[in-house]
Design a protein around this ligand. Structure first.
Ligand SMILES: [Zn+2]
Length: 888
């Protein structure tokens, strides 16, 4: 009857505003779907039971259904077929006027999964069908009010050829199945919990299933199933272990029990995101779920545990209580990232987890805040919502939840969460509702705090301390300011929790008493900074203290406090808060590195002070410090973090300075690195636990430093590790260090690695990434050659991320080459990719959005490329939004 063309091109990109939100005119109570799967033409029949929404703004609003790239073949209202003049089709919407208040709608559409390279909606990956409906993919399957505040009960029948697709999965519990005469079979699934369309999922294929079970706290038995392609059948154990750990943790920590009889995980090779929390049927990017010691690194094991936890936790924070609209995305994502961070911290090393999270925030989120794409945790507007699955919404969103916990305490936070789940179960709500539950459970006013949701930018907190020996008073002045961001020139003061301790000369934290208090209490305080500037007077302080501020990174701010290198070295050696101890080391290293950057720029001879080397040596040789913490402490701030600390980024000088410090430390401490390497190198079989990971991380850190010296001894250590290693962590660490050197052995070992692993796409992704991450001058040439490698596939997001993404987003010195060749390369890839997968194209191009941070020459080059993209015909609205905002 009608053909709905693409509406994803940016001929008329429309901005959506939070302030325009209106409740839906109609609600859908039930939807019955029948999906006859065929790669070339899948027939979708849906029956919707619809009711006018009493909360709608006007009583006579029409019913609007979203649809994209659908062929409509039939439309019936209460059993009567409509002709083409009885409905309207406009801009991706099907509009029906004058419907009764209660009505049944039947819709038949045909879709083409094999042509769907955007990987949104229903698509084909290898020999299987799968779906991705968040945020707006369901409209590519059938016409529906595709918005999260329409929650319906789903019954889904899947029909497919039995030989090709023996496994047919959807949300909820399987209720019926049967066979047909034509070689097809069918399975019906029923999900008793009303859910928004973005949580719908189906999977069909010839898949191996591993089964396990979990007994919930109330004694119910839940069947756990993981579905993978047959060649991956040996890679499921870690995912199932992680799932059981997550289910138990959520019961113990949040009192949340799982609610269906079955919980399923599926691994898919072609997937835009990491994973998706569809009700009862979580779909994972294969790289985020499959692992064996031989094929996955410690980092992979760690990520898998955390991502499995994250998706599982969504069952409550996202599925049972969902978002009213997509501006509220952080309601589920910020909260759930916070939950998965705490899960990982409880199961592994808490300080190491905190350091990793803060590193990510500083390198990526602070950079986003300083770019034209800066936006609040709850954005006010968007053109394409896919562009707002960002570090700001996710990771800063998690920091906002963490600050709430810092302000109302752990017990108050748990009470707030209980109230939130109880009050809003089965509803689609807002971040304001979340904060209200926290306030109501504790009687603490968070109205000023809510500015964290509406104001963008990274606040700068300045601190100054003054000690008066006469009055035994330590006066701490904290002030705040926040730089302008797009659309927000002036910011009102934030409500910032700043945890503080005062240390004596031995590093012991003093008992604290603020002016006006009756007695001392505790050795640390959560100060609340609410004004532009505030003074806190600590009394009864017998000796001049060193203030340890923002302990545990109690707020996502930049802290500015003038500190001498001596004071930082003291904190690096003595602060009892492991995070601040690490942070002092990073500040010391940053100050040193930025000083060296200036030396490079002036053409001076580079020198590294002995004091710096000694501070690092003391940590390296520390006898009682946890090996994982030593590794973190001795890892220099990244080039992107140093870039963020610079007024105008000088990529070459930053790179030169950082390599210089690595080489100096390696030369001076060679014997220590070698000795510690050998002491931590043993033949034990692989175990995934904090102690074993810590050992491997320190060993491989030492290897990395040793390799900077290019001494024969170091090369031999590296080659031996490559020959003897029986786990991917050690193999990859050695191969990555080797790939930084232009030696004949480098290509030999890369070749051998490829020969050994060519059958395993996940390992080959690592092989691409290592080469794309090399600092060698010919890396771009190599990346271009690899684009034509038979193992590279442009339609596979993991391959694009591993090769193109790694080079453009994580190889600062080669991507930003002064001749602009890296920028031209990126632009060519973005333009090609935009026609296939707009989400991936938009993500890649965002790396150009920071062009203002660079020198005039690079600014010109980057702008030229952004303009080239903008002038290309028919770019997607995803890419249009990023590029046009970048140039604004
Ligand atoms: Zn999530």
């Amino acid at each position: 009857m009608a053909d709905f063309g693409k509406d994803s091109t940016a001929s008329d990109p429309r901005t959506q505003y939070l302030k325009d939100y209106q409740p839906p005119a109609y609600l859908v109570e039930d939807i019955t779907l029948r999906i006859e799967l065929d790669p070339a033409a899948t027939r979708v029949t849906s029956r919707l039971t619809i009711k006018r929404n009493p909360a709608a703004q006007a009583p006579d609003q029409p019913l609007q259904l979203d649809g994209q790239e659908l062929e409509l073949t039939a439309l019936r209202v209460d059993g009567i077929a409509l002709t083409e003049n009885e409905y309207q089709v406009e801009e991706g919407k099907l509009v029906l006027e004058d419907l009764p208040d209660d009505v049944t709608l039947e819709i038949e559409t045909v879709i083409h999964p094999d042509r769907n390279t955007a990987l949104e909606g229903l698509y084909v990956s290898g020999d299987m069908f799968c779906t991705q409906c968040e945020a707006e993919g369901f409209r590519r399957i059938t016409f529906f009010p595709d918005r999260p505040d329409v929650m319906a009960r789903y019954t889904t029948t899947l029909v497919a050829d039995k030989n090709r697709y023996p496994v047919l999965l959807s949300n909820g519990n399987p209720v019926e199945q049967g066979e047909m005469d034509d070689g097809r079979h069918w399975v019906s699934w029923q999900d008793p919990f009303p859910k928004p369309s973005y949580l719908f999922a189906l999977v069909a294929g010839d898949l191996f299933c591993r089964e396990d079970s979990f007994q919930t706290c109330s004694g119910r038995q839940v069947t756990l199933k993981i579905f993978v392609e047959h060649e991956n059948r040996h890679k499921c154990a870690h995912a199932l272990d992680s799932l059981k750990q997550a289910m138990k943790w959520d019961e113990e920590t949040y009192g949340r029990e799982y609610d269906l009889d079955i919980f399923m995980l599926v691994a898919v090779n072609d997937f835009n995101m990491g994973a998706m929390e569809n009700k009862g049927l979580n779909i994972f990017n294969a790289s985020c779920v499959l692992a064996t010691p031989e094929t996955a690194t410690d980092a992979d094991y760690y990520n898998i545990q955390s991502i499995i936890g994250h998706e599982y936790f969504h069952n409550w924070s996202g599925n049972r209580v969902t978002c009213r609209d997509w501006f509220q995305l952080s309601l589920k994502e910020g909260f759930t990232v916070f939950r998965d961070q705490e899960f990982s911290a409880d199961l592994n090393s808490r300080p190491v987890k905190r350091i990793a999270d803060v590193n990510l925030l500083r390198s990526h989120q602070f950079a986003q805040d300083a770019s034209p794409m800066a936006h609040p945790v709850r954005p006010d507007s968007y053109i394409e919502i896919s562009n707002f699955y960002t570090v700001t919404v996710y990771n800063k969103g998690a920091e906002v939840v963490r600050m709430i916990r810092n302000l109302i305490g752990s017990d108050g936070f748990r009470k707030g969460c209980d109230l939130y789940f109880q009050r809003h179960d089965g509803q689609a709500v807002t971040t304001d509702d979340f904060v209200a539950a926290m306030e109501d459970a504790t009687d603490i006013d968070l109205s000023q705090f809510k500015r964290w949701y509406s104001q963008a930018g990274t606040p700068l907190v300045s601190a100054a301390g003054h000690y008066d020996a006469q009055t035994e008073c330590y006066q701490l002045t904290l002030s705040q300011q926040c730089p302008p961001t797009p659309g927000q020139e002036l910011k009102a003061p934030f409500h910032i929790p700043v945890e503080v301790a005062l240390l004596d000369t031995t590093g012991r934290a003093l008992a604290l008493k603020l002016e006006g208090e009756n007695a001392t209490s505790g050795t640390h305080r959560m100060l609340e900074l609410r004004e532009n500037s505030q003074q806190f007077n600590f009394v009864g302080v017998k000796t001049s203290p060193v203030a340890s501020l923002l302990r545990g990174f109690s707020a996502p701010v930049k802290l500015d406090m003038a500190r001498s290198d001596e004071e930082l070295a003291f904190l690096f050696a003595n602060d009892p808060d492991p995070f601040n101890r690490w942070d002092a080391g990073q500040r010391l290293a940053s100050q040193t590195l930025l000083q060296l950057v200036r030396q490079v720029q002036h053409g001076d001879t580079l020198t590294l002070e002995d004091r710096f080397i000694h501070a690092f040596q003391a940590t390296l040789e520390h006898s009682t410090l946890d090996a994982a913490l030593i590794t973190q402490a001795l890892t220099l701030p990244s080039e992107s973090y140093l870039a963020d600390q610079s007024d105008s980024v000088d990529v070459d000088a930053i790179h030169t300075a950082r390599v210089f410090v690595h080489q100096q430390l390696a030369d001076h401490l060679f014997d220590s690195f070698l000795d510690i390497y050998h002491r931590h190198n043993d033949d034990e079989s692989y175990r995934f636990d904090a102690a074993s990971m810590a050992k491997r991380s320190l060993k491989n850190l030492c290897l990395g430093y040793l390799m900077e010296t290019i001494r024969g001894e170091a090369r031999n250590v590296c080659f031996t590790q490559l020959e003897k290693s029986h786990n991917m962590t050690d193999t990859l660490a050695a191969l990555s260090s080797l790939a930084q050197h232009d030696w004949s052995e480098t290509d030999d070992y890369l070749q051998r690695f490829y020969q050994q692993w060519q059958h395993d796409p996940q390992v080959i992704d690592k092989w691409f990434a290592i080469q794309a991450g090399s600092r060698l001058p010919d890396t771009l040439q190599r990346v271009k050659t690899l684009l034509n490698h038979p193992a590279f596939r442009f339609t596979n997001p993991n391959k694009v991320r591993a090769l193109i993404g790694r080079f453009c987003m994580a190889n600062q010195v080669r991507f930003h080459a002064a001749d602009g060749e890296g920028y031209r390369f990126l632009t060519d890839q973005v333009l090609a990719l935009d026609k296939i997968n707009p989400q991936m194209a938009a993500r890649l191009v965002s790396t150009l959005s920071r062009w203002r941070r660079f020198d005039a020459n690079r600014q010109d080059l980057m702008q030229t490329e952004l303009k080239r993209i903008l002038s290309a015909p028919e770019i997607s609205k995803d890419t249009f939004e990023i590029v046009s905002k970048s140039l604004d």
